[in-house]
Design a protein around this ligand. Sequence first.
Ligand code: NAD
Ligand code: DAU
Length: 351
Amino acid sequence: MRILVTGGAGFIGSALIRHLIRDSDHEVLNFDKLTYAGVLTSLEPIDADPRYSFIQGDICDADAVRSAITEFRPDVIAHLAAESHVDRSIDGPGEFIQTNIVGTFNMLQQALGYWRALDEAGQAAFRFHHISTDEVFGSLGDEGYFTETTSYDPRSPYSASKAASDHLVRAWHETYGLPTLITNCSNNYGPYHFPEKLIPLIIIRALAGDPLPVYGDGSNVRDWLYVEDHARALRRVFEQGAPGQTYNVGGNSERRNIDVVRTICETLDRESPRTDGKPYADQIGFVTDRLGHDHRYAIDASKIRAELGWEPIETFEDGIAKTVRWYLDNRGWWQAILDQRYDTGRLGKGK
Ligand code: NAD
Ligand code: DAU
């Protein structure tokens, strides 16, 4: 198949592309604007492969999207391009509205024009796969799980923009018949994760001897999904998922933030001990909470398991160990980001 991936220079998009080039025969076009979050070095392991190509372009630019689609003639559009960081959406929501809502509208319009011109077999085979988040469902208490039928209740500018984009995708299926798929997944982690997100931020700040900022009292819970498990799920969904369907993707690994941070510290104590012999946990500090901080996310992933046979294979403990090892072994990848783009300082205090 020919897969057009938007946002392929990002964390999850690059994991998907590495997976597709290494473990399938599919051809991949990466269409990415290269915002602050787009890191082409994440694709170095596969970028010389003839089945991989790259176009720098903006999903809001109708002409650029149309010409990429008409030239590449995709069987699948895997739409991952987005502004993805909740704290940045608190500081500056405008870019989230533009990219996540207007950009998705534009992708749908261009995909629809292309799909309508395909022959019958091409139309039947085509899929527009929209990659979304569990944050559209809002915040859980200590019990319960998000299912595919949970009502939408987004609470941050980021999650509201993703919810809007999900609604547009569903509307393009119901109204125009575009064969769409939506996946809503939980917090990803793993190699090539941009240092603004909790897990890489804690690893990098710990190694630098900086304070480790835990928002609020650290009791917020996230359901951690290893990014390579997620890449396998995405492929399973666009290869086998039924048009019009939504699938939740989760890691079966709920953890409180403070426990995540402590696990990282203990792993670093073993793998790269502090020169003064003290534990990294001494660097942990509780800081002012995120505005509108959702308490808990947890995914019920039984539908994708029952209907498509996918489930996560990575345990949180093994995944964190692999992730910490990767950051220790790939300092060049993240040091370039610290030097040029983002220095791990606090975001999202609101302006
Ligand atoms: P990311 O921030 O790491 O990467 C986003 C990519 O999109 C970057 O390469 C960036 O350059 C590109 N991009 C941004 N605006 C663009 C535009 N206008 N045109 C073209 N490209 C543009 O994001 P991620 O963490 O890899 O997330 C990918 C998708 O998965 C997003 O849609 C996000 O909402 C969703 N998601 C992420 C997570 C997670 O834990 N990271 C969880 C659930 C859902
Ligand atoms: O649930 C899926 C979502 O997961 C995705 O849709 C988002 O794109 C992705 O960024 C992620 O959102 P979160 O807000 O959950 O991720 P983040 O890494 O920013 O924060 C994880 C938790 O850790 C959250 O409860 C806030 C907390 N946190 C975060 C940072 C950056 C801290 O305590 N300290 C920090 O420094």
